[in-house]
Design a protein around this ligand. Structure first.
Ligand SMILES: [Fe+2]
Ligand SMILES: [Fe+2]
Length: 149
């Protein structure tokens, strides 16, 4: 578990989102473990999980922004969609037997950390003002099959 270390500076100040971001980082480390162990099946399995979980996180985050009336929700959604497509392209390459895991981990890590520090941090203040626990409880269950932690 050492490819990418969580740092407090990645927190955007919304607990539920910070936990999800942290979980994605954990998945990237699991991917590294599987890669180091040269376990191709495990790589494929973790890859499927990280894509599924990241997709759930994006959908949840988009709902959160919409609910808060965040004005940059649409461009943010577009950024998410483009990234998911790129990761899916890597997944397809991996399924064809190409060695893409290292490149993919690097992209996941750098893209994600930049995105958290830039675009995600931008919505934090507005979302924090409008967030309420009952909405959160109701909404979380609709998006996640894989638990945040
Ligand atoms: Fe985002
Ligand atoms: Fe995010």
């Amino acid at each position: 578990m050492g490819y990418c270390t969580w740092d407090a500076s990645y927190n955007i100040g919304i607990d539920v989102i910070d936990k999800q971001h942290h979980r994605i980082i954990d998945y990237i480390n699991e991917l590294d473990d599987a890669h180091q162990a040269k376990d191709k099946e495990k790589v494929a399995e973790v890859l499927a999980h990280v894509i599924d979980y990241t997709h759930s996180h994006f959908s949840f985050e988009e709902k959160l922004m919409e609910n808060a009336g965040y004005p940059l929700t649409e461009p943010h959604k577009k950024i998410h969609a483009e990234f998911i497509q790129r990761v899916r392209d890597y997944q397809a390459q991996h399924e064809k037997g190409h060695q893409v895991t290292m490149q993919l981990m690097y992209e996941l890590k750098t893209w994600l950390l930049n995105h958290i520090k830039e675009e995600d941090r931008e919505y934090a203040q507005l979302v924090n003002k409008t967030l309420n626990p009952s909405w959160l409880d109701k909404t979380l269950g609709r998006f996640f099959h894989l638990k945040p932690s």
